[in-house]
Design a binder for this molecule. Structure first.
Ligand SMILES: *[C@@H]1O[C@H](CO)[C@@H](O)[C@H](O)[C@H]1NC(C)=O
Ligand SMILES: *[C@@H]1O[C@H](CO)[C@@H](O)[C@H](O)[C@H]1NC(C)=O
Ligand SMILES: *[C@@H]1O[C@H](CO)[C@@H](O)[C@H](O)[C@H]1NC(C)=O
Ligand SMILES: *[C@@H]1O[C@H](CO)[C@@H](O)[C@H](O)[C@H]1NC(C)=O
Ligand SMILES: *[C@@H]1O[C@H](CO)[C@@H](O)[C@H](O)[C@H]1NC(C)=O
Ligand SMILES: *[C@@H]1O[C@H](CO)[C@@H](O)[C@H](O)[C@H]1NC(C)=O
Ligand SMILES: CC(=O)N[C@H]1CO[C@H](CO)[C@@H](O)[C@@H]1O
Length: 554
């Protein structure tokens, strides 16, 4: 026994003994280098602190994993750019860690950003929202959330593909951009990754980065989280800064993490949340940013009251959801009861039926997008495409069909609809006020109040993001299940399929403004009990093979 322990201990520090003692060290090797498919921030941080590997090793490993699957093999097209300065940034942060210890739990951790989140041009990456009209443009500087990440010692690993302009371009398949092409799901060949934070969702799913960030206006964090077996947080509008994010609407846009566990999501949100003078909505948040990692309590659902807003949102003939989603959702209700919660079912939103017909959201987004995108173009130091306005963007797309309107991806209808708007007039303000009632006092808040609830739950697919979207409320999404092998394969665009066997779907926890702490705690309790993410892996070709053992010391 003693001998075994001794060798195990030595082998912990010496890779070579994998060869000398093949039986014993295999276990220890696994302990030494976390599997990057699943590795948590805490595991990576432990290895970095112990000196088992460095951030330089991590960046090399993630780049290699990206190269394996991005444009070859399954051609997932999740990554638009690798940060040419990432290795240098990693080396600097490794040296700093050795000399002074770590700045935060994100020190030396590689983070992938959706390509609508700005990074200073001198670092060598573009910020384009996937569009050639913004290629080589010079942004004024880092986005507010990127400033926070850098201050915390995170490494910006690269930019992720997305639905172009965060899916505010036209009737297009999810996950497509002119620059990146069609990104696809790692759980089914040519499966729909959903969007618009498609590349972030794909990359998180199979460990192409330690952490990813996405943005949501209505569904764009929740849906790629759901389709790719991830955990995502769509924060309350105004909790995370949108300064330096290619906009759709100040009333609905929000930035949040897409990662593999609730613990990682809580850690990342704790760092990116907070006020930013460049985004006045963030000045209205509660004075102290909570430490969301304190919400990670396995017993959090005990004694809580959770509502099921069944009307409309769980009606498959309205949502178009495959019945297999409902089957897994009913099991989730049972689990939540078993975890000690009282489930109120139904706990309907009074406004539920309005969401099927209301045009208020479209009015608000169309008006905001034109104003804010024109401001984005005006803010650029330089834009070689010459595009300076939404009108010119439409003209650019039409003039460059090979780049921006290839077969099956020609549509610009949302851009055109937005261009036709004439500013924030009384119709706009009425629609915005109506939205706040539909989502809030006549929607989510009404249901919470009527039944004295702590949160609501819904399957992530469907249009369950709409009530929270229009009022700016938070959503936390965790893995719920996978489409069964006999599901009827559907089409999601010219090149993608949905549903399809093995494609994951999520469970969403919803609440009122700034209820992230509670939602995270409920999601954690459910995640720890079910561990659904671990039940199924990506298809074989979509699982990158490079591990830290291929990099460290090589
Ligand atoms: C943008 O990408 C191009 C390659 O397509 C690269 O040459 C250029 O340096 C990048 N621009 C910025 C501002 O990072
Ligand atoms: C923030 O500023 C914008 C633009 O000046 C304005 O439209 C908006 O009402 C302000 N919002 C808040 C919450 O102060
Ligand atoms: C579901 O929606 C359909 C179509 O609107 C409606 O006819 C049906 O009554 C709804 N089902 C329930 C249970 O509400
Ligand atoms: C906006 O919402 C209100 C309240 O539900 C509704 O009465 C109105 O018809 C909606 N507006 C549009 C244009 O759909
Ligand atoms: C406000 O502008 C929209 C176009 O953006 C137009 O359809 C609507 O009629 C305008 N409302 C008023 C009251 O002028
Ligand atoms: C798939 O199998 C399940 C369970 O065996 C069954 O209930 C369901 O109807 C089947 N679905 C289809 C589309 O055949
Ligand atoms: C890092 C990477 O693989 N980038 C690629 C993303 O997709 C575009 C368009 O296909 C390629 O040009 C990049 O090389």
């Amino acid at each position: 026994m003693q001998l075994f322990n001794l060798w195990a201990w030595i082998c912990f520090f010496q890779l070579q003994c994998a060869l000398a003692f093949p039986g014993i060290p295999s276990v220890k090797r696994a302990t030494k280098f976390p599997d990057l498919y699943e590795a948590s921030i805490a595991e990576l941080q432990a290895g970095l602190d112990a000196g088992t590997f460095t951030s330089v090793d991590l960046v090399k490993a993630y780049f290699a994993r990206q190269n394996e699957v991005n444009l070859q093999g399954p051609e997932l097209r999740a990554i638009l750019e690798q940060n040419p300065s990432a290795l240098e940034e990693a080396a600097f942060l490794d040296t700093e860690r050795k000399a002074h210890g770590k700045r935060s739990i994100l020190h030396g951790i590689p983070v992938l950003l959706k390509d609508n989140i700005a990074t200073t041009a001198s670092e060598g990456m573009n910020t384009t929202a996937g569009s050639f009209a913004l290629l080589n443009s010079i942004v004024p500087g880092d986005a507010g959330v990127v400033k926070r990440l850098r201050k915390a010692g995170a490494i910006i690993l690269g930019k992720a593909n997305l639905s172009e302009f965060a899916h505010f371009r036209g009737n297009q398949a999810s996950g497509w951009s002119g620059r990146g092409g069609q990104s696809t799901n790692p759980y089914f060949p040519k499966g729909d990754p959903c969007g618009s934070s498609s590349g972030s969702g794909i990359a998180s799913a199979i460990g192409l980065a330690a952490v990813t960030l996405g943005t949501e206006t209505d569904g764009s964090i929740t849906c790629p989280t759901s389709n790719n077996n991830n955990v995502g947080i769509k924060p309350t509008v105004g909790l995370t800064s949108r300064a330096g994010v290619v906009p759709i609407s100040q009333n609905q846009d929000t930035v949040g993490p897409i990662v593999r566990s609730v613990a990682d999501a809580a850690a990342v949100l704790s760092i990116i949340a907070g006020p930013d003078p460049n985004d006045n909505f963030t000045l209205a948040q509660p004075k102290v940013v909570p430490d969301f990692t304190k919400a990670l309590n396995k017993n959090a659902l005990k004694g809580k009251r959770i509502g099921v807003p069944r009307k409309v949102f769980l009606n498959d003939s309205i949502t178009g959801n495959d019945p297999s989603i409902g089957v897994e959702f009913e099991k989730a209700i049972a689990t939540i009861k078993a975890l000690g919660a009282t489930v109120i079912d139904p706990a309907d939103l009074p406004s539920a039926e309005e969401f099927v017909i209301s045009n208020n959201e479209t009015i608000v987004l169309d008006v905001d997008f034109k104003i804010q995108l024109n401001a984005w173009f005006a803010s650029l130091r330089f834009n070689p495409s010459g595009v300076e306005s939404l009108a010119q963007l439409i003209a650019f797309n039409d003039a460059n069909p090979t780049l921006e309107e290839p077969k099956g991806f020609e549509d610009n209808s949302i851009l055109i609809e937005s261009q036709a708007t004439t500013g924030r007039n009384s119709t706009y303000f009425q629609a915005l006020a109506d939205d706040h009632v539909l989502g809030g006092s006549g929607g989510i808040d009404a249901a919470l109040k009527a039944h004295n609830l702590d949160a609501l739950i819904l399957p992530a697919p469907g249009f369950t993001t709409a009530p929270a979207a229009v009022v700016g409320y938070p959503i936390v999404t965790v893995p719920l299940g996978f489409f069964p092998d006999n599901v009827t394969i559907g089409s999601a665009g010219p090149e993608t399929f949905y549903p399809a066997p093995g494609i994951p779907f999520g469970l969403s926890f919803l609440g009122t403004a700034f209820s992230e702490f509670e939602l995270i705690s409920f999601a954690f309790a459910y995640e720890q009990k079910t561990q659904t993410r671990l039940a199924r892996k990506a298809f074989a070709a979509a699982i990158p093979k490079t591990q830290l053992s291929d990099i460290v010391g090589k």
